[in-house]
Design a protein. Structure first.
Length: 322
């Protein structure tokens, strides 16, 4: 009897020991699995994040029909766009503003793509009429505007433009002016082919505009053109994918930890990237400023841009129909 009880106690101890070992193994597997999952999430989110300021792209551009800035080399530092700095006068010969007639303060921007056509954001034209708006070219300091005013012939907003939970989808429009732009102005290049993935993540991009430089209710637009260098954000980054409606039609840009972004008034401006052709380079319009968070801070959520390469067929067909 006593022997049997001792044997039972040994069996019970063995069972408990096995259970403890099994539970320990399961706990270890669970901890390892959690760690691996968190690492994968972190990797997906941050693998393409750029957290330090990018240098202004340095290249030479000669004798091209589009995409050549008026200054080939310049120094650039990040000190407002929100987080940018004053641009050199008339550096972007394709950049224009949309203003109410007989005024100079812009409510949006746009950019020249042909002799008398500009691209802009569709939401810039909401509840407006073409005979109430003018296009200003050759503009740098809006307090001392001495450039060209252009009346609008007509515009075409993308037929599928819509606002979806504060997200602008197909946010693109073409405006035709009544007279051609001056010959000393130059269009910005467009992407070479239709694509839902151009440009690549981490590419250097430049945005420019006269939008707000301070996020305050009473703050005004910048009187002087601002610009800043931003990285293209991978569409899988959580700060991007949670705030876009369609990653084929939209792209994101911004730093992971720097409060820099386009702001109110910059809508319609181009997001340009550099393409290389041998020893030379040129700017290509990859995106159109569309929307972002109210703080104008891409470290909270990426700035969202209309992906121009997705709309090349529509752009070309629309220009032909003008």
């Amino acid at each position: 009897m006593q022997y049997t009880q001792s044997l039972q106690r040994l069996r019970d101890r063995s069972v408990r020991r096995c259970m403890i070992i099994t539970l320990s193994i399961l706990l270890a597997v669970l901890l390892i699995g959690t760690f691996v999952t968190l690492f994968i999430i972190y990797f997906i989110r941050y693998r393409t994040a750029v957290s330090s300021p990018l240098a202004y792209p340095n290249f030479v551009c000669n004798q091209r029909p589009c995409g050549c800035p008026n200054v080939n080399q310049m120094k650039f530092s990040v000190p407002k766009i929100v987080g940018g700095q004053d641009a050199s006068p008339y550096i972007y010969p394709w950049l224009v503003t949309l203003t109410d007639r007989h005024r100079t303060d812009p409510f949006c921007a746009g950019f020249i793509i042909s002799s008398n056509v500009i691209l802009t954001a569709a939401h810039c034209l909401n509840e407006r009429f073409s005979d109430q708006i003018e296009i200003l070219a050759k503009i740098h300091d809006i307090r001392n505007f001495q450039g060209d005013r252009h009346a609008i012939d007509r515009w075409i907003v993308h037929p599928d433009y819509r606002i979806n939970d504060s997200m602008h989808v197909n946010d693109i429009a073409l405006i035709k002016t009544k007279k051609p732009f001056a010959k000393d102005l130059q269009p910005c290049c467009l992407p070479e082919r239709q694509s839902n993935s151009y440009p690549q993540a981490k590419s250097q991009a430049v945005i420019s505009g006269w939008g707000k430089i301070l996020v305050k209710p009473a703050s005004r637009m910048s009187p002087i053109l601002q610009h800043v260098v931003l990285p293209i954000v991978d569409r899988k980054n959580m700060k991007c994918r949670q705030y876009i409606a369609d990653s084929d039609r939209q792209l994101c840009a911004g730093y992971e930890n720097l409060p820099i972004d386009a702001c109110s008034g910059d809508s319609g401006a181009p997001l340009v990237v550099v393409e290389r052709d041998g020893d030379e380079g040129y700017f290509v319009a990859a995106g159109i400023v569309s929307y972002g968070n109210r703080q104008c801070d891409a470290s909270i959520s990426s700035g969202v841009y209309t992906r121009i390469s997705f709309y090349l067929d529509w752009i070309n067909a629309t220009i032909t129909s003008f």
